[in-house]
Design a protein around this ligand. Structure first.
Ligand SMILES: [Zn+2]
Length: 345
Protein backbone atom coordinates (compact mmCIF):
# COMPACT_ATOMS: atom_id res chain seq x y z
CA UNK A 1 0.00 0.00 0.00
CA UNK A 2 1.23 3.43 -0.88
CA UNK A 3 1.37 5.99 1.94
CA UNK A 4 -0.77 9.05 1.25
CA UNK A 5 1.01 12.37 1.04
CA UNK A 6 -0.96 13.61 4.05
CA UNK A 7 0.25 10.71 6.18
CA UNK A 8 3.80 11.25 5.01
CA UNK A 9 3.59 14.90 5.91
CA UNK A 10 2.29 14.00 9.38
CA UNK A 11 5.08 11.52 9.91
CA UNK A 12 7.55 14.16 8.85
CA UNK A 13 6.05 16.60 11.38
CA UNK A 14 6.22 14.06 14.19
CA UNK A 15 9.85 13.30 13.43
CA UNK A 16 10.73 16.98 13.29
CA UNK A 17 8.84 18.18 16.31
CA UNK A 18 10.83 17.66 19.51
CA UNK A 19 7.74 18.19 21.66
CA UNK A 20 5.58 15.59 20.00
CA UNK A 21 8.40 13.15 19.73
CA UNK A 22 10.35 13.42 22.97
CA UNK A 23 7.74 14.32 25.53
CA UNK A 24 4.09 13.54 25.37
CA UNK A 25 3.37 15.39 28.62
CA UNK A 26 -0.12 16.83 28.77
CA UNK A 27 -2.06 19.11 31.04
CA UNK A 28 -5.35 17.30 31.67
CA UNK A 29 -7.31 19.11 34.33
CA UNK A 30 -7.30 22.13 36.61
CA UNK A 31 -9.27 22.04 39.83
CA UNK A 32 -9.63 25.19 41.85
CA UNK A 33 -10.54 25.01 45.51
CA UNK A 34 -10.37 27.05 48.65
CA UNK A 35 -9.37 26.06 52.14
CA UNK A 36 -8.68 28.11 55.26
CA UNK A 37 -8.00 31.28 53.33
CA UNK A 38 -5.79 29.67 50.71
CA UNK A 39 -6.67 29.13 47.06
CA UNK A 40 -5.44 25.92 45.51
CA UNK A 41 -4.91 25.00 41.89
CA UNK A 42 -4.55 21.23 41.50
CA UNK A 43 -3.22 20.69 38.01
CA UNK A 44 -3.27 17.10 36.78
CA UNK A 45 -0.75 16.10 34.16
CA UNK A 46 0.43 12.98 32.43
CA UNK A 47 3.98 12.41 31.27
CA UNK A 48 7.16 14.08 32.38
CA UNK A 49 6.60 17.72 33.23
CA UNK A 50 6.97 20.01 36.20
CA UNK A 51 5.31 23.30 36.97
CA UNK A 52 7.44 26.40 37.39
CA UNK A 53 5.95 29.69 38.47
CA UNK A 54 6.66 33.27 37.59
CA UNK A 55 4.90 36.10 39.37
CA UNK A 56 4.66 39.26 37.28
CA UNK A 57 2.99 41.93 39.38
CA UNK A 58 -0.50 40.51 40.04
CA UNK A 59 -0.28 37.82 37.38
CA UNK A 60 1.03 34.32 38.02
CA UNK A 61 2.24 32.29 35.08
CA UNK A 62 2.44 28.58 35.75
CA UNK A 63 4.74 27.16 33.10
CA UNK A 64 4.96 23.53 32.05
CA UNK A 65 8.02 22.96 29.87
CA UNK A 66 7.78 20.41 27.04
CA UNK A 67 4.07 19.99 27.59
CA UNK A 68 0.82 20.51 25.75
CA UNK A 69 -2.66 21.42 26.89
CA UNK A 70 -4.96 18.47 26.41
CA UNK A 71 -7.57 19.25 23.73
CA UNK A 72 -10.32 18.43 26.22
CA UNK A 73 -8.79 20.05 29.28
CA UNK A 74 -11.24 20.56 32.12
CA UNK A 75 -11.24 23.55 34.45
CA UNK A 76 -13.44 23.16 37.50
CA UNK A 77 -13.89 26.58 38.92
CA UNK A 78 -14.10 27.44 42.57
CA UNK A 79 -15.02 30.88 43.80
CA UNK A 80 -12.36 33.19 45.09
CA UNK A 81 -12.10 36.90 45.75
CA UNK A 82 -8.45 36.76 44.67
CA UNK A 83 -8.89 35.28 41.21
CA UNK A 84 -9.80 37.70 38.45
CA UNK A 85 -9.24 35.64 35.30
CA UNK A 86 -7.66 32.41 34.12
CA UNK A 87 -6.43 31.71 30.66
CA UNK A 88 -4.42 29.00 28.97
CA UNK A 89 -1.62 29.53 26.49
CA UNK A 90 0.26 27.10 24.30
CA UNK A 91 3.61 27.79 22.64
CA UNK A 92 5.70 25.37 20.60
CA UNK A 93 7.47 24.07 23.67
CA UNK A 94 5.40 24.90 26.71
CA UNK A 95 1.94 25.15 28.17
CA UNK A 96 1.06 28.03 30.43
CA UNK A 97 -1.75 28.56 32.90
CA UNK A 98 -2.02 32.32 33.38
CA UNK A 99 -3.88 33.59 36.41
CA UNK A 100 -4.67 37.24 37.02
CA UNK A 101 -5.36 38.27 40.58
CA UNK A 102 -7.35 41.13 42.03
CA UNK A 103 -4.65 41.84 44.64
CA UNK A 104 -0.98 41.18 45.40
CA UNK A 105 -0.40 37.49 46.19
CA UNK A 106 2.33 35.09 47.15
CA UNK A 107 2.48 31.45 46.12
CA UNK A 108 4.12 28.08 46.52
CA UNK A 109 4.27 25.24 44.03
CA UNK A 110 4.52 21.57 44.96
CA UNK A 111 5.12 19.09 42.17
CA UNK A 112 3.83 15.78 43.52
CA UNK A 113 6.44 13.45 42.17
CA UNK A 114 5.18 10.37 40.34
CA UNK A 115 1.53 11.34 40.74
CA UNK A 116 1.12 13.61 37.77
CA UNK A 117 0.04 16.55 39.85
CA UNK A 118 1.22 20.07 40.56
CA UNK A 119 -0.38 21.96 43.40
CA UNK A 120 -0.25 25.74 43.45
CA UNK A 121 -1.06 27.36 46.74
CA UNK A 122 -2.07 31.01 46.69
CA UNK A 123 -2.12 33.25 49.74
CA UNK A 124 -2.19 36.94 50.61
CA UNK A 125 1.11 38.64 50.11
CA UNK A 126 2.93 39.84 53.21
CA UNK A 127 4.88 42.82 52.01
CA UNK A 128 6.70 45.53 53.88
CA UNK A 129 9.15 46.32 51.08
CA UNK A 130 7.35 49.42 49.87
CA UNK A 131 6.95 50.95 53.34
CA UNK A 132 10.56 50.21 54.28
CA UNK A 133 11.78 51.62 50.98
CA UNK A 134 9.61 54.74 51.21
CA UNK A 135 10.87 55.48 54.73
CA UNK A 136 14.47 55.00 53.66
CA UNK A 137 14.11 57.16 50.55
CA UNK A 138 12.54 59.95 52.56
CA UNK A 139 15.38 59.83 55.09
CA UNK A 140 18.03 59.65 52.37
CA UNK A 141 16.65 62.57 50.40
CA UNK A 142 16.51 64.66 53.57
CA UNK A 143 20.19 64.11 54.43
CA UNK A 144 22.89 66.61 53.69
CA UNK A 145 24.67 65.81 50.44
CA UNK A 146 28.12 64.32 50.28
CA UNK A 147 29.84 64.49 46.95
CA UNK A 148 29.15 61.43 44.80
CA UNK A 149 32.42 59.75 43.89
CA UNK A 150 31.73 57.29 41.08
CA UNK A 151 34.34 54.76 40.10
CA UNK A 152 35.00 53.88 36.46
CA UNK A 153 36.08 50.52 35.03
CA UNK A 154 37.21 50.80 31.41
CA UNK A 155 36.82 47.79 29.13
CA UNK A 156 39.73 45.47 28.78
CA UNK A 157 40.70 45.80 25.06
CA UNK A 158 42.59 42.50 25.12
CA UNK A 159 39.64 40.57 26.57
CA UNK A 160 38.39 37.63 24.52
CA UNK A 161 34.73 38.20 25.31
CA UNK A 162 33.60 41.41 23.64
CA UNK A 163 29.87 40.65 23.72
CA UNK A 164 29.15 43.83 25.69
CA UNK A 165 31.61 46.07 23.81
CA UNK A 166 30.38 49.65 23.57
CA UNK A 167 27.78 49.20 26.33
CA UNK A 168 27.80 51.46 29.36
CA UNK A 169 26.48 50.41 32.77
CA UNK A 170 25.85 52.27 35.97
CA UNK A 171 25.83 49.90 38.94
CA UNK A 172 24.57 51.25 42.20
CA UNK A 173 25.52 49.30 45.34
CA UNK A 174 22.63 50.16 47.66
CA UNK A 175 23.33 52.33 50.76
CA UNK A 176 26.83 53.14 52.08
CA UNK A 177 28.68 55.27 54.60
CA UNK A 178 26.40 56.61 57.33
CA UNK A 179 23.53 54.61 55.82
CA UNK A 180 24.07 50.89 56.50
CA UNK A 181 20.77 49.75 54.96
CA UNK A 182 19.32 46.68 56.62
CA UNK A 183 21.20 45.29 59.60
CA UNK A 184 20.90 41.53 59.84
CA UNK A 185 20.65 39.38 62.96
CA UNK A 186 24.29 38.31 62.65
CA UNK A 187 25.48 41.92 62.43
CA UNK A 188 25.96 41.99 58.62
CA UNK A 189 25.24 45.28 56.95
CA UNK A 190 23.36 45.49 53.70
CA UNK A 191 25.74 48.22 52.43
CA UNK A 192 28.73 45.83 52.55
CA UNK A 193 26.89 42.98 50.84
CA UNK A 194 25.58 45.19 48.03
CA UNK A 195 29.09 46.54 47.38
CA UNK A 196 30.58 43.03 47.22
CA UNK A 197 28.09 41.95 44.56
CA UNK A 198 28.34 45.20 42.59
CA UNK A 199 32.12 44.93 42.43
CA UNK A 200 31.99 41.32 41.26
CA UNK A 201 29.35 42.22 38.65
CA UNK A 202 31.39 45.21 37.46
CA UNK A 203 34.47 43.05 36.87
CA UNK A 204 32.46 40.53 34.86
CA UNK A 205 30.88 43.29 32.74
CA UNK A 206 34.28 44.87 32.19
CA UNK A 207 35.58 41.46 31.15
CA UNK A 208 32.86 41.31 28.48
CA UNK A 209 33.96 44.62 27.00
CA UNK A 210 31.61 47.03 28.80
CA UNK A 211 32.35 50.33 30.48
CA UNK A 212 31.09 50.30 34.06
CA UNK A 213 30.53 53.07 36.55
CA UNK A 214 29.98 52.16 40.18
CA UNK A 215 28.17 54.88 42.14
CA UNK A 216 30.60 54.06 44.94
CA UNK A 217 33.57 51.77 45.27
CA UNK A 218 34.05 52.14 48.99
CA UNK A 219 32.03 52.82 52.13
CA UNK A 220 30.53 56.20 51.30
CA UNK A 221 27.21 57.94 51.87
CA UNK A 222 25.24 58.68 48.70
CA UNK A 223 22.25 60.84 47.94
CA UNK A 224 19.51 59.34 45.76
CA UNK A 225 19.10 62.50 43.71
CA UNK A 226 22.84 62.50 42.91
CA UNK A 227 22.66 58.85 41.81
CA UNK A 228 19.78 59.62 39.48
CA UNK A 229 21.43 62.79 38.09
CA UNK A 230 24.65 60.91 37.55
CA UNK A 231 22.99 57.96 35.78
CA UNK A 232 20.96 60.28 33.55
CA UNK A 233 24.06 62.28 32.64
CA UNK A 234 26.22 59.22 32.02
CA UNK A 235 24.51 58.11 28.79
CA UNK A 236 24.50 54.60 30.20
CA UNK A 237 22.53 51.83 28.49
CA UNK A 238 21.45 50.20 31.72
CA UNK A 239 21.16 51.18 35.37
CA UNK A 240 21.12 48.49 38.04
CA UNK A 241 20.66 49.20 41.72
CA UNK A 242 21.54 46.31 44.04
CA UNK A 243 19.83 45.94 47.39
CA UNK A 244 18.88 43.18 49.81
CA UNK A 245 15.44 42.69 51.20
CA UNK A 246 14.30 42.74 54.81
CA UNK A 247 11.02 42.05 56.58
CA UNK A 248 9.73 41.34 60.06
CA UNK A 249 8.73 37.75 59.18
CA UNK A 250 11.88 35.67 59.11
CA UNK A 251 10.36 32.76 57.17
CA UNK A 252 9.83 34.96 54.11
CA UNK A 253 12.49 34.62 51.46
CA UNK A 254 13.08 34.81 47.75
CA UNK A 255 13.95 37.01 44.83
CA UNK A 256 12.14 40.25 43.94
CA UNK A 257 12.94 42.48 40.98
CA UNK A 258 11.65 46.05 40.70
CA UNK A 259 11.15 48.45 37.83
CA UNK A 260 8.92 51.42 37.25
CA UNK A 261 9.09 52.88 33.75
CA UNK A 262 7.58 50.76 30.96
CA UNK A 263 10.86 50.82 28.99
CA UNK A 264 12.51 49.06 31.92
CA UNK A 265 10.15 46.10 32.01
CA UNK A 266 11.80 43.89 29.34
CA UNK A 267 15.16 44.21 31.10
CA UNK A 268 13.58 43.64 34.53
CA UNK A 269 11.78 40.52 33.29
CA UNK A 270 14.95 39.02 31.81
CA UNK A 271 17.00 39.82 34.92
CA UNK A 272 14.31 38.36 37.17
CA UNK A 273 14.27 35.12 35.16
CA UNK A 274 18.05 35.00 35.06
CA UNK A 275 18.34 35.48 38.83
CA UNK A 276 15.70 32.83 39.54
CA UNK A 277 17.56 30.34 37.35
CA UNK A 278 21.00 31.32 38.64
CA UNK A 279 20.54 31.60 42.41
CA UNK A 280 17.52 29.28 42.69
CA UNK A 281 15.59 31.11 45.37
CA UNK A 282 11.82 31.33 45.63
CA UNK A 283 10.14 33.58 43.09
CA UNK A 284 8.74 36.57 45.00
CA UNK A 285 7.82 38.37 41.85
CA UNK A 286 8.67 40.97 39.30
CA UNK A 287 7.09 44.13 40.62
CA UNK A 288 6.39 47.64 39.52
CA UNK A 289 7.05 50.15 42.27
CA UNK A 290 7.70 53.86 42.34
CA UNK A 291 11.15 53.53 43.87
CA UNK A 292 13.13 56.70 43.45
CA UNK A 293 16.08 55.39 41.45
CA UNK A 294 14.04 53.38 38.95
CA UNK A 295 11.35 56.05 38.74
CA UNK A 296 13.56 59.05 37.97
CA UNK A 297 16.15 57.45 35.71
CA UNK A 298 15.60 57.72 31.96
CA UNK A 299 17.31 54.53 30.68
CA UNK A 300 16.14 50.95 31.35
CA UNK A 301 16.58 50.72 35.11
CA UNK A 302 16.02 47.93 37.62
CA UNK A 303 16.40 47.47 41.33
CA UNK A 304 17.32 43.98 42.50
CA UNK A 305 16.42 42.42 45.82
CA UNK A 306 17.91 38.95 45.29
CA UNK A 307 17.35 37.56 48.79
CA UNK A 308 16.15 38.52 52.27
CA UNK A 309 18.65 39.35 55.00
CA UNK A 310 15.89 38.72 57.54
CA UNK A 311 15.80 35.05 56.49
CA UNK A 312 18.60 33.09 58.18
CA UNK A 313 19.25 30.76 55.28
CA UNK A 314 19.37 33.59 52.76
CA UNK A 315 21.49 35.76 55.04
CA UNK A 316 24.08 33.00 55.09
CA UNK A 317 23.98 32.83 51.31
CA UNK A 318 24.32 36.61 50.95
CA UNK A 319 27.54 36.53 52.97
CA UNK A 320 29.09 33.73 50.94
CA UNK A 321 31.55 34.80 48.19
CA UNK A 322 30.42 31.81 46.08
CA UNK A 323 26.83 32.98 46.20
CA UNK A 324 27.85 36.58 45.47
CA UNK A 325 29.74 35.39 42.43
CA UNK A 326 26.81 33.26 41.28
CA UNK A 327 24.55 36.28 41.68
CA UNK A 328 26.95 38.50 39.70
CA UNK A 329 27.13 35.88 36.95
CA UNK A 330 23.33 35.70 36.79
CA UNK A 331 23.09 39.48 36.41
CA UNK A 332 25.65 39.47 33.60
CA UNK A 333 24.00 36.52 31.89
CA UNK A 334 20.71 38.40 32.03
CA UNK A 335 22.07 41.60 30.48
CA UNK A 336 23.75 39.61 27.71
CA UNK A 337 20.42 37.95 26.93
CA UNK A 338 18.78 41.38 26.98
CA UNK A 339 21.21 42.90 24.48
CA UNK A 340 21.01 39.84 22.22
CA UNK A 341 17.25 40.36 22.11
CA UNK A 342 17.72 44.06 21.36
CA UNK A 343 20.08 43.44 18.43
CA UNK A 344 17.61 40.94 16.93
CA UNK A 345 14.89 43.59 16.82
ZN1 LIG B 1 18.36 48.49 50.55
Amino acid sequence: MRMGSKALFLLFLILLSPVAFASPAQILQIEISRDRGFDYFDISTCGETKAKGMLLDNQLQVIFKDAALSPDIKISKGRSRRIKAIRLEQTSSEARVIIDFTQPIDYDIVNVFGRGKSIIEIFDRFDQAEQIMAAWEKANLATRRQLLKPYKLSPDPAGKDQSLAGKIFVLDPGHGGLDPGAIARDGSWEKNLTLAVAQKTALLLQGAGATVYLTRNDDRTKHLQDIVDYANGSKCDIFISIHYNFTSQSEIGGTETYYYNPQSRPLALILHESLLAGIERKDRGLRRAMYYAVHHTTMPAVLLEPVYLSNDKELKLAGSPDFQYQLAKSIVKGVKTYFRGQSNK
